[in-house]
Structures are given as C-alpha cells and as structure tokens.
Design a protein around this ligand. Sequence first.
Ligand SMILES: [Zn+2]
Length: 323
Amino acid sequence: MYFDEKNSFFHGIMFHHFHDENLHSKSQGSISKDDLYKIINFVGRENIINADIFFKKFKEKKLRSNEICLTFDDGIKSQFDVALPVLEDLGIKGFFFVYSSMFENKPDYIEVFRYFRQNFYKEINDFYRDFFRTLNVNLEKFFKKNKLKIDNIKLKAPYYSLEDIKFRITRDEYLNRENYKNLMFLLMRKKNFSAEKYFSRLFFSEKNLKDLHDMGHIIGLHSHSHPTLIEKLNYENQFNEYNTCILKLSKLLNISRKEIKCMSHPCGSYNKDTLKILSKLGIELGFKQIMAIEKDKGMKAVNNSPLEIAREDHSKIMRRVNL
Ligand SMILES: [Zn+2]
C-alpha cells in the first residue's frame, strides 16, 4: 500500500536515471524497466493520471488526495529509451522537464561527470578518493563548519551515504562551478575520457523532445543551463535562465511560448525571485523535489503554492517496493 498519513495528498513522482542491458549502464539510483513497472504497480496504476489531466484538474482545484503524476527531469536519454516504452505500454502520459542548453551542445556536465564517475571507476568511493586527492586541500574545518548542513541533507535524503554528501557539499559549496568543472576535467583527462563522444548517449536529441510532445507528454521548463543552486543567482540571471528555456523549448516544439505552463525546479532550488519570475513567464504549475514542508523556506504546507508542488523521489518508493 503506497498511501499513508505522510503522503496522502496529490503529488508527483520524480524520476531521473534508468538502465538497461545495453546502452545505459547501471548507475547510482538508476532503475530498470521492470523496476518502473513495480513502482507503478505499488503506487497503483489507477492512482496515476496523465500529465495533461493532472494539470487541468490542478487548475480547477479538483485533484484528489490519491492522484499522482509521473515526472522526468533533465532530458536524460535513458528516460526515452527505457521509461517511455513502459509509459506507452500502460498508456501513461508524463511530465518531462528539460533544460535547454543541451540542445546547443552545451549540456549540464553534471550528467557527463556522473557517467564518468560511474563507468570509469570500479566503485564510487574510488572516485571520491581520486577527487579529494586531486583537490588536495584539508577540508576538515569546512566539514566541521557545515556539520549542521550535512546532518540536514542526511535527514532529507537518507539514501545518500556520508561520502556522497561530503562530495556534494564540496562540489556545491566549497568549489564554485568553474573550479569543480576544472577539477573534473583534470580527472577525465587522466583517464583519457572525451566527453563529447557521450552526449548523444546521455541526452535527449531535438527529435526525442518533439516525439514526446507529439505523443502527448507535457514538456516543461527546467532552466537553461541547469545551475545547481539557482537561488544563488540574482533576479536578472534567474530571469534569463527561465526566459531562455521557454524561448528555446517553444521554438524547438514549434509552439507558442504561452503553451508552456509547467516546470520543475532544478535540484529543487528556488527562492522568492524564482517564483516571481515563473509567474511572470506564465508558468502555472511547478514541482519541487521533496515531500516535506521546508520551514526555512517559509512553507506552510507541503503543496505550498502552485509553483511548489511536492514530488516523491522514485528511490524512496523503490525501497518500499523491495521491503
Ligand atoms: Zn534537474
């Protein structure tokens, strides 16, 4: 039984990575097509409603507490290759939230880095060791200073190991984006890994995006360049992130920009400016990526506002399926 006292309200289920027997190798948090069937069964096919209906009922305030939708972030190719056939088989239409720089051959390197660290190291901790050794600074003080933050992440995302969290906060807080990238390029060079070779295996093509749209799935915004912490950008830069995304996606899909009405927050990051900007751009439904009320964000409810609708991570459901 999926629904309990903690999740009996309408929400989305958030998916990222899938694996199969051929192009898409198993990676941290990835699931197979059989896992997806299991999740859908566990949640109850009858509780899952198509993205367009979910959006319509949402606007009419008619969503019931057991109604959920399936959402897919980041334009990850394995969603198209592995998850889409399952959705088609069961007749489910999902939300696909896509950032637009991937269609300019400038994808978010976080996916490339992920692929690299999963496929070019025996295990993830080997990568972390190489990462911290190459960074070569004493981070003891930094971790001590951020102890509260680390504990907090562990609470919100219990599926992360302590090493995962230390790596993440070093990446996001200690290094800036540029320094992190440079460090990763250094590691990739050491292993003769050439990133561009993997773009078409990792990301949606323009045709994938069009096909999804034509099949009746909803394409929504996910910023232009997928910043890890968009809330740290000023108003103007945030505006450009979303405005560029809406322009590029509508152009690719050959639709009016007014037709794009939905979005999800990259890495769950946003602030008051973000919400203002999204309203201004005509966005009517936005998903965050947790099921909790974030008091530090001033939230009063789980589905705090139309642009802060809860989502459950598939990995949490997967663990319950496997119990
Ligand atoms: Zn994302």
